[in-house]
Design a protein around this ligand. Sequence first.
Ligand SMILES: C[S@@+](CC[C@H](N)C(=O)[O-])C[C@H]1O[C@@H](n2cnc3c(N)ncnc32)[C@H](O)[C@@H]1O
Length: 242
Amino acid sequence: MANNKALGTGGRKSDKDLKIRVKTAKGRKVASTKWLERQLNDPYVARARSEGYRSRAAFKIKEMDEKHKLFKKGMHVVDLGAAPGGWSQVAAAAVGSTVEKPLVVGIDYLDMDTIPGVILLKKDFTEDDAPAMLIDAMGGHGADVVMSDMAWPTTGHRATDHLRIVHLIEIAADFAIQVLKPGGSFVAKVFQGGTEHELLHMLKRHFSTTFHVKPPSSRKDSAEAYLVAKGFKGRQEPETEL
Ligand SMILES: C[S@@+](CC[C@H](N)C(=O)[O-])C[C@H]1O[C@@H](n2cnc3c(N)ncnc32)[C@H](O)[C@@H]1O
C-alpha cells in the first residue's frame, strides 16, 4: 500500500501533531470533542471519503486481504456486523459481486443503506434464527469467507465486556464452521490479550493456519486485533475425551 509507511502509526497522532483542533462547544462532552478531532485528523477517514468507502474500517479488510489473499473472483462472502458497510464494499468489489448475481451477504442490527451486489439483513446475529436467515440469503451456496467485525458497545465493566466479546467470537466461529466450504477462511475481530485458549485450539483443529493480525489502519491505541484462520478443513468430529 503506497501510503503504508506514512500511515504506519495507525492514523493516531499525538495531540500536539493535530492539524485541526476542535473547540469544546456547549453541550458537547470532552470525549465527543476528542472523537471529532481525531476523525478530522485521521488520514484513513479522509481516504475512505475520497475513495468512496463508508468507513475507515474498509482499509482493515483491504490490508488483511493484501497480506493473506482472502478474496478471489466468484467467491461467496458473509459479513457479520456489516454496518455501515466498508467491509462489504471491499468484498463485493474483490469477488465481483453484482446486483444480478450477489455474492456477499451482510448482517447488522443497525439500518444500512443498500450496497450494490450485497444482500443486507437487519438482524441481531445472536438471535437463534439469524444463522438460518443468513444461510437462506446465501441461496444454498456455502461461504468461501466468513468475516466478523462485530463488537458490542462496552458496558465499562471489564469482566462483562470480555465475556460478551468472547461470546460473539464463539458464535461467529461456530457459524463459520457450519457454512464454510473446504479451503475457506474466517476473519474475526478479537481483542488483544488474544483469542481465548479454547477457541484458538478449536480453530486450529478446523483450519490449516491461524494468525493474529493488527492491520496498519487499526488504531495503535485500540486493543482491537483480528484473527485470520485459513484453509478450512471441513467439519471435524468433536474430540473424544480419553
Ligand atoms: C466496527 S462496526 C463494523 C464496521 C464494518 N466492518 C465496516 O467496514 O463498515 C461493528 C458492527 O457490528 C455490529 N454488531 C455488533 N453486535 C452485533 C450483533 N449481535 N448482531 C449484528 N451486528 C452486530 C454493530 O452494530 C456495528 O455496526
